[in-house]
Design a binder for this molecule. Structure first.
Ligand code: AKG
Ligand code: FE2
Length: 275
């Protein structure tokens, strides 16, 4: 077992802002040309005749590629490195106060220009917390925390389909859930947060990462700009997570090409090698 020190990549001010606001735009996680590369890989998945495969999701201009088996993780050798970006990992390790993390998710989203007059949001504000919905309440500790969000693989200007968040909303979730015996089940298991303060759009540049606390109410928004918003979602949890304790990747989980694309850090974050 090796112990790796947690590198301090965020300033004290950024760390304080994350805990206060519940989100942080991490600038320049990818270089602009890297972001453009991943953007191209994802856009090339869309059939050029715009026939959207029946097993993909498509809602209000938001296209979510899916695998045939219903899994939303895209871990091809081309996209896999997004799950083990060194800088983003260092940010997550600093916030989670542990170097021993797992990287999860790997889902994708393409938000097309959409003139719907049906409000600003294309989703009800919700949580995707790292806590099973049958658990009575959150623990509100670092072991249970999940930090994650989306890489912006192109500039996201105002009304460009940026993710919406409620500044400080994670603290409001805790305030409501903590004293309640069934806090995990409020707001329909936190899938319909309908009376929280107004949300704001997280804008950013190609290569930035919108990082959210897992108790941050958030929602997708309509894209009013011509260019699609292309995003990849990555999340981090600690190896000692109370509900998802780390297990090694089962033999055969990754093929040779996937294994070749993994760095030593990637192998640990994906459970191929132990920490
Ligand atoms: O695409 C976005 O900006 C957010 C999507 C989201 O939160 C979700 O699909 O759970
Ligand atoms: Fe979500």
């Amino acid at each position: 077992m090796t112990t790796t020190a947690v590198k301090q990549v965020l300033t004290e001010e950024e760390v304080a802002r994350f805990w206060e606001q519940g989100y942080l735009l991490v600038k320049g996680v990818l270089a602009r040309d890297e972001a453009e590369y991943y953007r191209g890989v994802i856009l090339d998945m869309v059939p050029r005749d715009l026939t959207i495969p029946a097993h993909w999701h498509s809602t209000a201009g938001r296209i979510k590629p899916m695998n045939l088996d219903g899994n939303h993780t895209f871990d091809t050798p081309e996209l896999l490195p997004l799950l083990f970006n060194e800088r983003l990992y260092a940010v997550a390790a600093q916030l989670l106060e542990s170097p021993r993390l797992r990287a999860i998710d790997g889902s994708l989203g393409i938000t097309l220009r959409n003139q719907s007059r049906d409000g600003i949001l294309s989703q009800t504000p919700h949580l995707d917390a790292s806590v099973p919905a049958d658990i009575p309440n959150f623990l509100f500790n670092l072991e249970e925390l999940q930090v994650g969000g989306c890489y912006y693989l192109g500039d996201v200007e105002p009304e460009g389909g940026g993710i919406h968040v409620v500044p400080g909303g994670h603290r409001l979730v805790e305030e409501k859930a903590a004293p309640h015996s069934e806090g995990r089940h409020l707001y329909n298991d936190w899938k319909r947060i309908d009376d929280f303060p107004v949300s704001v759009e997280v804008t950013g540049e190609a290569g930035d990462f919108a990082l959210l606390h897992h108790l941050m109410p958030h929602a997708a928004s309509h894209n009013r700009r011509p260019r699609p918003r292309v995003a990849q979602f990555t999340r981090f949890i600690r190896e000692d997570h109370p509900h998802h304790p780390a297990k090694p990747a089962p033999p055969g989980r990754y093929n040779d090409r996937q294994l070749e694309s993994m760095t030593p850090l990637g192998r640990k974050l994906l459970g191929v090698d132990p920490w």
